[in-house]
Design a protein around this ligand. Structure first.
Ligand code: ADP
Ligand code: MG
Length: 260
């Protein structure tokens, strides 16, 4: 059991396909394998993180939906994964409805924050995998978090929408969660063969400075294959470039958080 409350990190970018779920799974697994107790909360109705961690959707009884809407104890929705110290609260497509159901609910922005309270002392890190939108689910993720980590794909229009995300972070900080900070920007799907990828890296480092992680995640087929086997890259192919990169990202993340 962790001695202090978990650091809660929302992994957010309202753009889809930038590597949020891949980062939640593989940073989460990396941290757990390096000695931390980690909980991933899947806040995306697509449930990619849940299936990528080997959770069979048809067997899920309690999920993020019941935690947010029915006030089910989060403890009852936590599932183990193939990595010992890594747990997950899975999501199902039902969660798509929560975006609308939450609108008329009491304390609609703070429901995830309230749900996490009783268990934060049991984990070192809680990673919240946000959906690709800036709706109430993402607001719940930001309101529950201490920090935001933003994956940015090394592709055309990489920074598109990021200023909108930053505005939302500021709004949540002002009105709901004064401690919220952007902790890190993670460059994903870097393709060493293109000058475009290198240009994006430069552009992002210029814009975000030291907030940008030094570790850059390469685009590799192995990383895209691993989820269909329900395994983090560390289990699927620990010698691959993707595994090495996420291991290094976890090291850098732990150093930033004063863990050695
Ligand atoms: P998001 O959660 O932001 O929508 P995902 O993590 O699901 O993004 O990634 C989108 C797609 O790209 C998925 O099919 C995933 O397997 C693939 N992918 C993610 N990161 C990489 C990478 N570094 N190299 C190759 N494919 C990747
Ligand atoms: Mg995702």
């Amino acid at each position: 059991m962790a001695e202090v409350d978990a650091t809660i990190v929302a992994i957010a970018n309202q753009k889809g396909g930038v590597g949020k779920s891949t980062t939640a799974i593989n940073l989460g697994a990396g941290l757990a394998l390096q000695g931390d107790k980690v909980l991933i909360v899947d806040l995306d109705p697509q449930g990619n993180t849940s299936s990528g961690l080997g959770i069979d959707r048809s067997t899920i009884e309690l999920s993020t939906y019941e935690v947010l809407i029915d006030e089910v104890q989060i403890d009852d929705a936590i599932e183990p994964t193939s990595v010992g110290d890594l747990h997950v609260v899975p999501a199902t497509i039902e969660l798509a409805g929560a975006e609308i159901e939450l609108v008329s609910m009491f304390s609609r922005e703070m429901r995830l924050a309230a749900a996490l309270k009783p268990i934060t002392d049991e984990y070192d890190f809680v990673l919240i995998d946000c959906p690709p939108s800036l709706g109430l689910l993402t607001v719940n993720g930001l309101a529950a978090a201490n920090e935001v980590a933003i994956p940015i794909q090394c592709e055309y229009y990489a920074l598109e929408g990021v200023s909108q995300l930053m505005r939302n972070v500021q709004l949540v900080k002002q009105s709901l969660n004064p401690q919220l900070e952007v902790e890190g920007v993670i460059l994903t799907m870097f393709d060493g063969r293109t000058t475009l990828s290198a240009d994006v890296v430069e552009q992002v480092r210029e814009h975000f400075g030291e907030t940008t992680y030094k570790t850059v995640i390469p685009r590799t087929v192995r990383l895209s294959e691993a989820p269909s086997y329900g395994e983090p890259i560390e289990a699927y192919d620990p010698m691959s470039r993707g595994a090495i990169a996420y291991r290094e990202l976890a090291r850098e993340f732990r150093r930033r958080h004063g863990r050695t």
